[in-house]
Ligand binder design. Sequence first.
Ligand code: SF4
Length: 256
Amino acid sequence: MCDAAEKPLDTIERKSLLYRSGLGFHCINHVLGCSHGCRYPCYAFLMARHHGRVGDDAEWCRPRIVVNALALLDRELTRKRVLPSDVHLCLTTDPFMVGQPEIEAMSLAIIERLNRSGVRCSLLTKGRLPAELADRRRFPCDNTHGISLVSLDEGFRREWEPGAAPYADRIAALRRLHEAGRRTLAHIEPYPTPGILEQDLSVILAEVAFVDYIYFSGWNYSPRVNRDRATEAFYRQQRSTVRSFCAEREIECQIG
Ligand code: SF4
């Protein structure tokens, strides 16, 4: 398990920050690595290792912050003739990593800077979304505040997302922002098969019934998941459960 939380952060410098991902949307990743240390495995870790940016799990779990991120962002926003309407934080790290106040502060400063230029942010974390995000004077755009949530079982969380925040904390932080009138998202991916964890998806959905938007997708990139006919039938059933749940409550829904 990652044990990097609350140690002083190492730093790196980059030449650019804001980019359009292969998935078609704009992103910012102002940290290399992630102390949540997910074991699905983490696709961002696999890519970082493949490209030689990190050597192993232990190195991935010692996040390095991009010290010049704010200066880069300021320059890029000033120079761009056409700004993106939305920017996602983050695709290859977590903007609100548990026990990493420097990362949290920089993430908030980046969101503030983007909003000042009229650029909305979509945020996704397995940490606790900070209460400051409710402040419309500081964050005036209609940002989307998302948590990853694939279970409510803390035993599962400790095994598969060992450095991430407890599920109840993630939901409580999300609910607080919802109650403050902010747009919220539950990102349910990678949803485990019964071979990994027996659980009832309806119980998880009920916990986040207040959100504006739900994304659901299965479990990829793991030899533990055999995509056979039984698995496909299982995911068909779960997708149908999500669709019905969202339709009944007029929650925006996307199935991956
Ligand atoms: S929170 Fe996201 S980036 Fe961090 S280890 Fe888990 S999957 Fe990877």
